[in-house]
Structure formats: C-alpha cells, structure tokens
Design a binder for this molecule. Structure first.
Ligand SMILES: Nc1ncnc2c1ncn2[C@@H]1O[C@H](COP(=O)(O)OP(=O)(O)OP(=O)(O)O)[C@@H](O)[C@H]1O
Ligand SMILES: [Mg+2]
Length: 321
C-alpha cells in the first residue's frame, strides 16, 4: 500500500494478499494457487471471478498480478470489438503475465469461442485473405482471469476452461469497518472513529460504496477546512447525496414512497420513476428485496413489507440539492 499523503481513495488500494479484507474462501483459494504457481515456477491458474459489483473482483485480480510480480493487462469485455483487438490483447502478454477480462460476459460470443480455443491450443488464428491453411501464432503461457457479475452469460466451454472459480459476496458491516479503517490509515486521513460504523451501515455490504462515502466525507471535511473527518461531515455528505440511514439513494426512497400506496405493477412503478422497467428490476429493486423492505406477490406486483413501511415512517424526507 502507498503511505504518502493522498486525496483520492484509489491512491492506497491493497497491493498484497494480506491487505485484502474478508472474502476468506476466495482469498484462501488465491493463496493456495499462488503457492502452487511459485513452487512450480508456473503461471497462476486460469480463474473465473464472480460476484456483485464493487465487491473486489478487479482488486483481487490486481493483487494476483502483484503477487506474481508480472505485468497486468486489463480490458473490458465490451471493448474487444474486432479480431485485431482480440489478438493484440493475447499477443501482448508474456509468460506468467495476468490478463483480466472485466465484465467478461460482455465479450461477444465469437471472441468467447476464440478465447477457449486459444486456451486449448496456446495459439491465435489470424484471418488471412489468402487461400490455404489459416495462419496461427503461438501464445505465451499467460494466466487468464475472467471477472463477471453473471457467470451463466459466459459460454459453458469457456467457463469449463477456468481452473478456479473465485466467488465474491457482500461484506459484513465489521469487515467494511476494517476496510475503511485500513484505507483511511493508508491514505493518512485522520478520522473520528465514530464515523466508521455509520458509513459501513450505509454501504450495502459493498466496499466500493463504503469507500465512495468515505471520499465524500473527506471532501466535506476539506471544504470546511477540517483535517479530521467528523460525524457532522458524514451527516452533511449524506444530505448532499440524499443517502438515508441504510444507504438508500433518492430513487430508492421515491420507489418506497410510491409503493406506500399499495401493491403495484413493475411497469407502473417504472413509469412513475421515469425509468426503464429493466433498470428498476435490475438496479433499483434487488437491494430493497435483499434487505426485506419490498416483496413481489404471486402476480409479480411489488409491495412494501412491514419492515418497509416502518423504514418509510422512520426516514426523514430526502433532501437533494
Ligand atoms: N477485500 C478488499 N479489501 C480491501 N479493499 C477492497 C476489497 N475488495 C474491494 N476493495 C476496494 O473496493 C473497491 C471496489 O472493488 P473492485 O473494483 O475490485 O470491485 P469489482 O468487484 O471489480 O466491481 P465491478 O463488478 O463493478 O467491476 C476498490 O477500491 C477496491 O480497492
Ligand atoms: Mg471490476
């Protein structure tokens, strides 16, 4: 970890396996695979990294590359749009390098197929206009990491080529507190310990959200020419961003308020919120359902649970600038 003074949360990201907080099963799998790779002088095994957004997939891939002391090549699945992109990615890696394809399920099917063929044969095939045998070029013995929020959108044969499946889940509040403490120390951001639990409680079990809120608190503290992050700064940061006590943003609070009128169909809620039904179903609702504020009835209508109604009655009106 970097220890000099910095103002951006990303300036002190974990650099070694021991810096990673939580995710014990995945971290243990990585530790064993790193030991095996070091002992045999080989690459890290190809691996699938699966889990919800912001829970450490990319971070873990970077740590693997750092622990392997090799180069890290990162690309988004949707950024590979031509055979030239695809070949350049694979041909750019040397033996034992780590290639991370983030959002791998966004990789077009033809490249997913080319990828598992490349894994099997350690060669890429070049498109040639000339007639005759297709030209192929040998590949280095790199390690392929595929990160995805939805492994079932990947082609089965590609999934099958991944020797390890590292699964990431949401973090317990205590783990987020530890993560916030670790990051603020590494950044040398002084803070009043009383802010840690409330930040964690507003972060939906997600490191990215916890760190983003810590960054917002720091911004408010600096705007008030304070060096220490205080509970008042957290309060102001939450008011500015319209975040409530369990981390719901303005859209989710509007959604709950709307459901207080009774069970409602998805398309009706979505049009009232001015959002696509898919956005509501995939972005707005999952957390509300996960924490038990909302349920779906047999007809697929959405309604508040008793907890949802209680939450709504407790929460203060949203103040958004
Ligand atoms: N176990 C951990 N220990 C310390 N910091 C972590 C840990 N997991 C994640 N972080 C931090 O949380 C932030 C988000 O993590 P990351 O970018 O790896 O998430 P992701 O799973 O790749 O998300 P996405 O699906 O959106 O790509 C980063 O700043 C990262 O440094
Ligand atoms: Mg990522």
């Amino acid at each position: 970890m970097r220890t000099d003074h910095a103002n951006d949360i990303a300036d002190a990201a974990p650099a070694s396996l021991t810096d990673l907080i939580g995710q014990r099963a995945a971290v243990e799998q990585v530790r064993v695979a790193l030991d095996a790779a070091h002992q045999d002088g080989k690459k890290f095994d190809h691996a699938l990294l699966v889990g919800p957004p912001g829970c450490g997939k990319t971070q873990t891939a970077k740590v693997i590359a750092a622990e392997m002391q090799c180069e890290f090549h990162e690309v988004l699945g949707q950024a590979v749009t031509s055979p030239a992109d695809f070949n350049a990615l694979l041909l750019g890696a040397k033996d034992r390098d780590v290639i991370l394809i983030d959002e791998a399920h966004e990789l077009e099917k033809e490249f997913q197929t080319a990828l598992y063929l490349a894994c099997d044969q350690r060669r890429v095939f070049l498109q040639s206009r000339a007639k005759g045998a297709p030209q192929s070029i040998p590949l280095a013995d790199f390690s392929l990491l595929l990160a995805t929020t939805d492994e079932y959108k990947l082609l089965q044969p590609l999934r099958d080529r991944m020797k390890l499946a590292l699964r990431f889940g949401f973090y317990a509040e205590g783990e987020l507190v530890e993560l916030l403490r670790q990051r603020s120390r590494a950044l040398r951001w002084p803070l009043d310990e009383r802010v840690l639990v409330p930040i964690a409680a507003r972060s939906r079990g997600t490191p990215r959200l916890a760190l983003r809120l810590l960054q917002s608190c720091r911004r408010v503290a600096r705007s008030e020419a304070e060096s220490t992050i205080l509970p008042d700064h957290l309060d102001r940061a939450c008011r500015l961003e319209g975040i409530d006590a369990v981390g719901l943003g303005p859209t989710e609070q509007q959604y709950l308020a709307f459901l207080s009128g009774g069970a409602t169909r998805l398309n009706v809620v979505a049009s009232r919120l001015g959002l696509h039904t898919r956005t509501v179903a995939e972005v707005t609702e999952p957390f509300l359902i996960r924490i038990g504020l909302v349920t779906k009835d047999d007809q697929g209508r959405r309604e508040l649970t008793a907890e949802g109604r209680e939450h709504l009655s407790r929460s203060r009106p949203v103040s958004v600038p």
